[in-house]
Ligand binder design. Structure first.
Ligand SMILES: NC(=O)c1ccc[n+]([C@@H]2O[C@H](COP(=O)([O-])OP(=O)(O)OC[C@H]3O[C@@H](n4cnc5c(N)ncnc54)[C@H](OP(=O)(O)O)[C@@H]3O)[C@@H](O)[C@H]2O)c1
Length: 370
């Protein structure tokens, strides 16, 4: 697998690389990003390796991320080749509630700002950044459908929303003949596997390709942080964001140190960096369409891109599975083999064979049917 092997995103005709380039680090405004030259080198390295999928958001580094992405794309004359994903929801104008959120007034305001900063007349994938707990899914879907019809947006996605909201949005699109959601964007890594319970089946069933963020848990899984009496030592984003309560930056826990320790031994046996193994694990999990890699230095991006070059043998993958397995939770515990066996009368129900619509029951002799 390499960056110039492209897959269609969800139930759409959009071809994207299995690793997307994250640009939340394009700009120094937040204290842990990169300067313009480094960001340009990362952009060029990614596209020169064949990568075509680039993720940003209107307020990343207060707008610098979009501005630089637009500039680097124009410098290389690559607008037709790259697939630009950007997002709206967050508010950059204190005191004005309609300069954020997912209402129509903000979406239309936000898309104009992104188009300007990106110096383009269309966005390939326009993503609702997070649920605002207010706006009805009908309003969001109608507005996004109108943006597609206007030509300003090609495809639409949802990020960091409850599963029920995404399912409702997609069902509204289906029955009202609106543009469907072709992608879900969510956090996923060895340290954060909660989306496996609900979102992965949701995406595969309803045609939404899951693209995932923070595959290194903000750098923790690179192995550069070590536990200490003061919590941890090591330089990087996690150090710069100490004390910030946002859960996206709270990665230190006993459970995660155990995952880091097992990842370290697995990476040593494989002869690859911990970051490469962590990204490789993420990209090869069921239902994952694309993994957004982030970097603050060119060497990190070069390291992470090599994650596509090898396979993790089953025995080592199993060790990572055991140490990172999410806890059982209701009602998902009801969908595991034991209770399903009680439902199926002892029969094994297989996945659908290719080309078949119905489940096929393969009944064992013990079930009394031949
Ligand atoms: N939809 C959302 O809500 C959402 C949220 C977050 C991110 N995202 C997207 O996902 C992208 C990736 O997220 P992320 O940046 O959090 O990903 P990540 O892979 O978890 O963390 C990336 C950070 O880890 C460190 N790192 C990366 N590679 C390394 C390596 N090989 N060795 C050592 N350290 C390394 C760097 O930080 P330091 O050098 O500072 O340590 C880098 O900035 C973002 O750019 C953004 O596009 C989306």
């Amino acid at each position: 697998m390499s960056l110039n092997t492209y897959y269609t995103l969800g139930r759409s005709g959009l071809r994207v690389s299995r690793l997307a380039l994250g640009t939340m680090t394009f700009g120094t405004e937040w204290g842990w990003g990169s300067d313009e030259d480094t960001a340009r080198q990362m952009f060029n390295t990614y596209v020169d390796a064949g990568g075509n999928f680039i993720d940003t958001a209107d307020l990343y580094t207060n707008g610098t991320s979009e501005t630089w992405l637009g500039k680097f794309t124009a410098e290389r004359n690559l607008r037709d080749k790259v697939v630009i994903a950007t997002k709206f929801t967050f508010n950059g104008e204190p005191g004005n509630p309609n300069a954020g959120g997912n209402g129509r007034k903000n979406i239309i305001r936000a898309v104009e700002g992104s188009l300007k900063r990106l110096a383009t007349d269309y966005i390939d994938l326009y993503i609702l950044h997070t649920w605002d707990k207010i706006t009805p899914a009908e309003e969001v879907m109608r507005t996004l459908n109108d943006l597609v019809a206007s030509g300003k947006v090609r495809y639409i996605g949802l990020s960091d929303v409850p599963a029920w909201y995404a399912a409702r949005a997609q069902t509204i699109a289906e029955y009202r003949h609106y543009e469907p959601v072709c992608s879900l964007q969510l956090e996923y890594s060895l340290a954060e596997r909660n989306i496996e319970r609900e979102f992965i089946p949701l995406g595969t069933q309803l045609g939404m390709g899951t693209m995932v963020w923070s595959p290194l848990a903000s750098g923790l899984l690179s192995g550069k942080y070590k536990p200490s009496e003061s919590g941890f030592t090591g330089e990087g984003r996690l150090d710069a964001t100490r004390g910030i309560e946002n859960p996206a930056f709270q990665k230190i826990s006993d459970r995660n140190w155990k995952i880091v320790a097992e990842l370290e031994t697995v990476a040593k046996e494989l002869g690859h960096s911990m970051a490469q193994v962590a990204v490789n694990w993420t990209v090869n999990r069921p239902g994952i369409a694309s993994v957004i890699v982030g970097a603050s230095k060119l060497s990190q991006l070069e390291d992470n891109i090599k994650a596509l070059d090898f396979d993790i043998p089953p025995e080592l993958a199993n060790r990572l599975e055991i140490v990172s397995k999410p806890e059982q939770q209701f009602p998902y515990s009801f969908f595991d083999a034991e209770i399903q066996g009680m439902i199926n009368g002892g029969a094994t129900v297989g996945d659908k064979p290719d080309g078949y619509q119905l489940n096929v029951l393969s009944l064992s002799a013990g079930a009394g049917v031949s």
